[in-house]
Design a protein. Structure first.
Length: 159
């Protein structure tokens, strides 16, 4: 079984969203046979990837950074998306952190990077804004020798 993990921005600007969706679909369509998708189900890239992976028949592993992770969802729609996807996951892995901290996010991101065959990064190429951000997980995966596919549209800046 092939395993694809995701890391990415929570906010995807409208100018790149359709491109990201199209590239994720193309990537997922390129896999034949059993597929496992690993995602923390955060708003934005994580939820987009997880939903598309399920559409392509992948098994979803939800990697939950902390016991109070749901408290970090300020938007009711994003929380509903998280709960819906979590309910559809074949497996759930919870990091051993009671509270959502940068260290918890980093642990979840490195867990995904360690266990996937390829990491997909919905990433603008800029440094992470806090420990465990997309840039940190991409750097970690590359240092570990994992193949990383970056999806973004050049010239588009995130908020």
């Amino acid at each position: 079984m092939k395993r694809i993990g995701v890391t990415g921005h929570r906010s995807i600007p409208p100018g790149v969203l359709a491109h990201v969706r199209e590239e994720l679909r193309a990537l997922l369509a390129g896999y034949a046979g059993p597929l496992e998708a690993l995602s923390s189900l955060a708003a934005g890239a994580d939820q987009l990837f997880a939903g598309l992976a399920l559409d392509y028949g992948a098994r979803l592993t939800a990697v939950i950074p902390s016991g109070d992770y749901e408290l970090g969802f300020c938007d009711p729609g994003e929380l509903a998306g998280y709960r819906r996807l979590r309910g559809r996951a074949s497996r759930e892995v919870r990091m051993d952190f009671p509270h959502s901290t940068d260290e918890a996010y980093y642990a979840a991101g490195t867990y995904i990077a360690d266990r996937c065959d390829r990491l997909v990064a919905v990433w603008d190429g800029l440094p992470a804004r806090g420990l465990g951000g997309t840039g940190d997980i991409v750097s970690y995966a590359l240092a570990a020798g994992k193949p990383v596919t970056v999806i973004w549209r050049e010239g588009v800046k995130r908020d």
